[in-house]
Design a protein around this ligand. Sequence first.
Ligand SMILES: Nc1nc2c(c(=O)[nH]1)N[C@H]1C(S)=C(S)[C@@H](COP(=O)(O)OP(=O)(O)OC[C@H]3O[C@@H](n4cnc5c(N)ncnc54)[C@H](O)[C@@H]3O)O[C@H]1N2
Ligand code: MOO
Length: 622
Amino acid sequence: MALFLKNIDLSEAREIIKKECSNIELKIEYIDTRESLGRVTAEPIFSKISSPHFIASAMDGIATKFIYTLDADINRPILLKHGQYEVVDTGDAIPEGFDCVIMVEDIQTTDEGVIIRKPAHPYQNIRPVGEDIPMGAMILPSNHKIRAIDIASLLAGGVNEVPVFEKVRVGIIPTGDELVDVGVTPKIGELIDFNSWTFAALVREWGGEPIRYDIVKDDFEKIKETTQRALDECHIVIVNAGSAKGRGDFAEDILSTLGELKFHGVSIKPGRPASFSMAKGKAIFGVPGYPVSAYFVMENIVRVGFDTVLKAKSEEKREVEAILTKKINSSLKNDEFIRVKLGKVKDKLIASPIGRGAGVTMSLTTADGVLVIDKNTEGLEAGEKVSVKLLRDIKDIDSTLVCIGSHDVVLDIISDMMNKRGFNLNSTHVGSMGGIMALKRGETHIAPVHLLDEKGEYNTSYLNRYLGEFALLKFIKRVQGFMVKKGNPLNIKGFEDLSRVRFVNRQKGSGTRMLLDYHLNKLSINPKDINGYEREEVTHLNVAAQVASGSADCGLGVLSAAQFMGLDFIPVCFEEYDIAISRDMLNDERFKCFLEVVKSEEFKNRLYEIGGYEINSLDIIY
Ligand SMILES: Nc1nc2c(c(=O)[nH]1)N[C@H]1C(S)=C(S)[C@@H](COP(=O)(O)OP(=O)(O)OC[C@H]3O[C@@H](n4cnc5c(N)ncnc54)[C@H](O)[C@@H]3O)O[C@H]1N2
Ligand code: MOO
């Protein structure tokens, strides 16, 4: 087993990579200019012809000699006879002997010729040779990444072939006994290799050529063999997974056997076990297996090597300033990458941190940006200004309705339907009380809530107590019930039965938890008597997943989640799931779009298809 990890700073790791990778040479190739987008020039490129390469008219009109026009005046029009001028259009070559162009708007055509009322200047409305690009001028310098507009200048300058560096070839080796290929149904303990395809997509985004090798088992000799082949075929090789210290973790051994290990361990989180070595004049990176760790290592470490080899910078993500909604603790050991959702609330960009798990790929898919907590900082306070690297277009964020509160699958339907209308719904699931508090702090536009009070009434008493001023959309009624294994083998019928099974609960502050507590209280059942009362999941689907996997016998939740996971469902009651709204949003385009969606026939039909829902009055109460 490899000796573990002496962490170095990210900045030090980058410097080492830059120094080592600067010696990796790329061949020069000549390619068709029309196909050169994103490629990097290997030499300065000079024009072969002038553009335009003849004297051309800049306007539609007539070409003439300026001396014929000298005496023209508004009160003393002059007639230019046939032969003293010629009709030209924009871009036409100026006929021999003429030296100016008068626009068609400034002439009057008669049978004898044209009448003009103003003298012309020499070379007026004429484009001289090389006005755009003179022959021999430098169009692009070396190490320039060719953009769309550059292709115009190159072709106009007669450059039909450009010398560019060959694409940086990046070999990607997925390793692990548990991995199976895309398309194979994974058995228990198996996992689809998706990292390698994400790496390939990233390499393409950077402008490189990915070469993905077949999955290699956790076998030192086999990984070594594939890595050697990749070193012959590529400039950079990535050995994915096996970077920590488990059985079958060979990354460090491979990197040090085949080459000279430069580091193993960088003080970043996630991504700590990243490693780097040089072998046969090529770079090998050991990238951790956890998908989120892998992504950050690719973006912050491997990319530095890629850019150095390419001698050009791949596009940096834009940074924006935002206000942090929640306190985040962080250890002093590592720079920590925090995924956040962003939203524009009352002209302020608000950043809400989301899941920190290194295995939660969806946290990157749903994140709008990433902020970094420096290793010298213990954490960040709520309300602090932070700099966020965008993972999405800022325009998308401006058109996003921010929704924080209780989770329901109908939010996904609304999100999909709003997307089709050019808006987005960004929902974070923190339970009903969490939503109300976010609304109070001005961090969300809307908050879905379903809170039952002691009198058996929904929502309004809580909003009165915590918000004072609010608007509430009476949204839907949904059936809540027990989610149990198919056939209800433990015969669960009511709350009384919970004390004899393994239960899985929702988090404190969630409406479903309050519903449970309301009924337990009514029936004088002590929560302590329920095995699993303390076991918390944050969405209906997560609860259903626990029952489906067999790790719990029963959970309380909505019908749709039970159906989705193939579970049986024992209805308990209908509850009122409403939308609390910040009052200043009532006339906002984003909220109007939300209303349009929920009032549509399509939405009704989609709810009906899932089952277990009724649409409430859709009135907004104050
Ligand atoms: N005892 C310790 N265990 C771990 C430590 C530690 O310090 N001590 N470090 C943890 C950290 S931090 C990370 S990060 C991971 C690194 O894991 P490995 O690089 O060794 O990778 P594996 O253990 O093989 O896999 C981790 C995880 O990722 C999944 N995986 C792997 N390859 C792929 C792929 N191509 N596509 C999708 N998913 C993949 C794999 O199945 C595992 O679930 O180690 C911690 N452990
Ligand atoms: O470093 Mo690991 O990458 O924290 O999850």
